[in-house]
Design a protein around this ligand. Structure first.
Ligand code: PPS
Ligand code: MG
Length: 399
């Protein structure tokens, strides 16, 4: 594709956002490798098992696993954005808070987070950003995390961050994403999606992947495996979306000249279209989407993928449809969608709720008023068909 040498004019905000997401991805990779390494070792050494699990996967109130990576990424992104743009200009809506992390009994965990953050920030110059003059203290890391306390809303500018989206995929060695977006007056104006386990080259992306990841751990990684992940980004209104390789050293290259443009798929025949959906059926009804697929004439098996990598798959043209129908009463959060939506739209796709209306990012941390579910498609032909099928089958569904 062209675009290799094209200098795309992007805003300073987007430039910094891409760089910090690259940094965040390398933090995540280090933590995920550690996590999987420990789990593998533990198969041979059960006595340590409990200890390691305790240390690295922690329970929030809702029992979702929260790792060093979640807090580490949030602290890193918060610190970098604040340094680059000034604390008076930066407000951030993000998933994590410091409740668990500030408890006395979490001292060891906090230390691990602080170490991960400092290790990551020390590498900032490789990504064209500045490191702190000296390692951050625990209180500074806690402060960076807790200053992400914006509630969003209809006015002004705020960043929206999901430090590790798809936490389950992350702890299972599978797909996850780092998602950063900027909202202005209720509209997503830029989005960056880091997908550390989603290879640049179109490869299969399915539930066998974790098995292959495990196998690849048994033999040392081959040279060049550094480019296994990708970062996608787009600026609202540009009509363009971009992808670059996950890299560990940006120093010598102008990163954006290494980006290539991505476009949604041109397939609009349901018989050969692929739809993706959440892995967990507690997050989206697999039986309802199976019914929709049947009535629309989709023939392929659904591609079940953790996290906002589903939006990445649509934006890159690897799949044509993404559907999510959460149980009644569940309220979708803005950080689970903002970055993905703008990237899909600028890559040429269509994203709405099941009523055909745009997602409303202007009403706080939740996507208030969302009609039934979320439908992202490569084009309006498939999108219209899905919307019509939802209307036809909704009343007889149990949702
Ligand atoms: N009950 C329920 N219903 C719907 N959605 C829920 C629900 N619970 C959580 N979440 C949010 O879903 C995020 C993960 O969604 P995915 O589409 O990636 O699902 S899956 O991981 O593939 O199963 C997940 O994001 P992370 O917490 O960042 O992993 C949650 O924000
Ligand atoms: Mg999430």
């Amino acid at each position: 594709m062209d675009g290799e040498n094209e200098h795309n004019n992007i805003s300073e905000e987007l430039d910094v956002a891409v760089r910090v997401v690259q940094m965040a991805c390398s933090l995540c990779q280090r933590v995920q490798d550690g996590l999987l390494h420990n789990n593998n070792n533990n198969n041979n050494n059960n006595r340590d098992h409990h200890h390691h699990q305790q240390q690295q996967i922690n329970s929030k109130d809702d029992n979702s696993p929260v790792t060093i990576a979640d807090w580490g990424v949030q602290a890193t992104v918060s610190w970098i954005l604040t340094e680059c743009f000034g604390s008076e200009n930066v407000s951030i809506v993000a998933e994590e808070d410091v409740q668990t992390l500030s408890k006395k009994e979490a001292a060891g965990l906090l230390e691990s987070v602080v170490n991960a953050v400092n290790e990551c920030l020390a590498e900032a110059p490789k990504f064209g950003l500045e490191s702190p003059s000296k390692a951050l203290e625990s209180w500074e890391v806690l402060q960076a995390i807790s200053r992400c306390n914006s509630d969003g809303g209809p006015k002004g500018r705020y960043w929206v961050l999901d430090p590790v989206d798809g936490t389950l995929g992350f702890v299972r060695g599978d797909q996850y994403a780092v998602a950063l977006a900027l909202i202005e007056d209720g509209e997503v104006i830029l989005g960056v999606l880091g997908c550390p386990n989603y290879p640049m080259k179109k490869q299969w992306l399915n539930y066998h992947q974790s098995y292959y990841r495990l196998m690849s751990k048994l033999s040392p990684p081959a040279a060049g495996s550094w480019d296994k992940g990708c970062v996608l980004y787009a600026q609202r209104g540009s009509g363009k979306a971009w992808m670059q390789a996950l890299v560990h050293d940006h120093r010598k290259l102008d990163q954006h000249s290494y980006a290539r443009e991505i476009k949604v798929s041109t397939i609009d025949d349901p018989a050969i279209a692929t739809f993706c959906e959440p892995v967990e059926k507690t997050n989206s009804s697999h039986s309802f989407t199976a019914g929709l697929a049947e009535s629309v004439g989709l023939r392929k098996q659904p591609l079940r993928v953790y996290s906002m990598v589903k939006y990445a798959a649509i934006a890159r043209g690897d799949a044509e449809i993404f559907m999510k129908f959460a149980r009644a009463g569940y309220k979708e959060k803005i950080w689970d969608h903002a970055a993905g939506v703008v990237i899909v739209q600028e890559a040429g796709g269509v994203v709405t709720d099941a009523g055909g209306r745009p997602l409303d990012f202007s009403r706080g941390v939740y996507l208030e008023g969302l009609d039934r579910g979320i439908i992202a498609c490569s084009g309006s032909v498939l999108h219209d068909r899905i919307i019509n099928a939802v209307d036809a089958s909704w009343d007889s569904s149990n949702l």
